[in-house]
Design a protein around this ligand. Structure first.
Ligand code: TXA
Ligand code: MG
Length: 523
């Protein structure tokens, strides 16, 4: 089929109206995103929309009208709340759901007994509806699952050859789809956030909830109030990951990444390939540019994208709602002081893992080094230790490690006292020096409760015989001494249960492959 490209001229709009009237499909601009329209009262025409988009048949469409009063024939009743919302926000980026009238067929409503109605603010959209002489059912004019089109050129990419016509109306004003609110429940509920925010709606009708699914993924058994929310959405081909952190941390993080793209704000200091989506404190600019940015990333061939997290207030809620779906709900928490916690029992060969991570650009914080530093430098911690154990452990202003070891290693309670004095200071110093992406390399990881400070924890494990041999060789001690050392630590089961990932290192395994696959999964 040849797809005609129409302008916004009187003649073209009249032609487009005729196509809709005769059961055809026309894509048209709205103030949110481009819509793919058909006569809402013509079941056969509406079915074509689902086919062309590849849209699941249980995902209902929004019915677009050009005059406020046109809502009356489509719904059972216009409630007081609906009346207030219509007065305030029609025409505009708000969609209202009400119990449907007999005029609405099952295809438009996806089998539900409600209908979604919206009166667009965009004049071309309203002129088209008027020219067609019928309400227009229209989802966003993208292939199902792809980012919604905010420019005619993106509609052409997805729909050329599949629909009758596309009206080119330039860039969409808001760039994210309308706010969807259902009034078919006891308390009105926002099912999809948009440019009309919860606060704005609250001012008009008082009580309103926002569906939990707006910012969270749907878990397996849940049924969606809005069927559209259960599907993977807005997804570019690239794997998108949201980095939850401040500007500086984001910059440090992405600048350390290779073979990745940044999806960031205009003034971010990023020196890997990047695409921006608006300005940091301007949620409207982010909304306007997000979908185009996602499409640009695909065009640039991005495979891995790290996205800057938007503020989730006001229109930012809508931006985050779209972005987190584009990211298939993958968020990495870089607000924790350390990106990765690395631990393992004595002799497990944690050092190899640490060295490899260092070669990949991770900032390694070796707690052993910090402990030595503390013992060397004297200071308040060492005075505390002297008070707790014996003044004799200080020699020339430094802690005598050997003597301290003799005191604590055979006495569990004393060892705990030592840990409770030294660990917090070690973690504090590491935190001060940490720069993302960082690795907290700590043998006494769990003893120090360090897992709470790390985004993910990896432990390195090896068979006990292997570990014994390594310790004997490394420290020149007997098997008995080595056993004693191992027995003073948590057992392997504990390490495994409390870590996110386990890496095996008996000597034959490839540590790099194992670490690469962990990194692929978490970053
Ligand atoms: O801004 C917009 O709303 C754009 C422009 C073209 O108007 N349209 C749009 O349509 O975004 P679509 O189909 O991509 O998204 C409609 C959303 C879907 O999540 C759908 O499940 C939900 O609205 N929806 C429609 N009718 C519903 C109903 N009766 N009950 C619950 N959810 C409904
Ligand atoms: Mg859509």
């Amino acid at each position: 089929m040849e797809t005609k490209i129409f302008s916004q001229s009187e003649y073209d709009i009249t032609e487009a109206g005729k196509i809709i009237e005769n059961g055809g499909l026309v894509a048209f601009p709205t103030e949110t995103v481009y819509g793919l329209g058909a006569n809402a009262l013509d079941e056969q025409a509406v079915k074509k929309i689902y086919a062309v988009k590849g849209r699941p048949s249980d995902n209902p469409l929004i019915v677009h009208i050009c005059k406020k009063e046109d809502i009356y024939p489509l719904v059972k009743e216009v409630t007081d709340e609906a009346e207030k919302l219509i007065d305030e926000f029609f025409p505009g980026p708000l969609t209202i759901i009400l119990p449907k009238s007999d005029k609405i067929g099952n295809t438009v409503s996806g089998g539900l007994d409600t209908v979604a109605v919206r009166m667009p603010e965009n004049e071309t959209a309203r002129r088209l509806i008027a020219a067609a002489g019928c309400p227009i059912a229209a989802p966003s004019a993208n292939t199902s699952g792809l980012p919604s089109p905010t420019k005619a050129e993106y509609v052409i990419v997805d729909m050329n050859g599949k629909i009758d016509a596309i009206i080119d109306g330039g860039d969409c004003k808001f760039g994210v789809e309308s706010t969807v609110i259902t009034l078919a429940k006891d308390v009105p509920e926002i099912l999809r956030p948009g440019a009309i925010t919860e606060e704005m709606i609250k001012k008009v009708i008082g009580k309103v909830n926002t569906s939990k699914a707006v910012l969270e993924g749907m878990s397996g058994g849940e049924t969606a109030a809005s069927p559209g929310m259960k599907y993977k959405h807005y997804s570019p081909k690239a794997k998108v990951v949201i980095a939850d952190c401040d500007k500086k941390t984001y910059e440090d993080f992405v600048n350390s990444r290779q073979n990745a793209f940044a999806l960031c704000f205009e003034n971010d200091n990023v020196n890997i390939p990047k695409v921006t989506f608006g300005k940091e404190n301007d949620d409207l600019s982010q909304a306007k540019e997000l979908f185009a940015a996602l499409r640009r990333l695909d065009k640039m061939g991005a495979k891995k994208v790290y996205a800057r997290i938007p503020h989730t207030s006001g229109v930012g809620t809508a931006v985050y709602n779209r972005l987190i779906r584009a990211a298939a709900f993958t968020v990495i928490d870089l607000k924790k002081p350390f990106t990765i916690g690395l631990t393992g029992q004595s002799g497990a060969g944690k050092g190899y893992a640490s060295e490899y991570l260092k070669s990949l650009g991770f900032n390694i914080l070796d707690t052993d080094k910090y402990v030595s530093m503390i013992y060397q430098n004297g200071g308040e911690i060492n005075e505390k230790l002297a008070r707790a154990f014996s003044p004799d452990i200080i020699k020339n202003g430094k802690i005598d490690k050997k003597m301290l070891g003799q005191i604590v290693f055979s006495d569990k309670e004393k060892l705990n006292t030592l840990n409770s004095i030294v660990h917090p200071e070690v973690i504090r110093l590491c935190e001060k020096d940490a720069k993302v992406p960082s690795v907290l390399d700590a043998p006494q990881f769990f003893e120090a409760n360090a897992q709470e400070k790390c985004y993910k924890t990896i432990c390195v494990c090896a068979d006990s015989e292997t570990r014994l041999k390594r310790i004997m060789k490394r420290d020149g001690i007997t098997k008995e001494q080595a056993k004693k050392r191992i027995n003073s630590q948590f057992d392997e089961k504990y390490y495994k249960e409390h870590s996110d990932f386990v890496i095996i290192n008996n000597g034959d395994e490839d540590i790099k492959i194992q670490i690469n696959s962990v990194l692929e999964e978490i970053l």
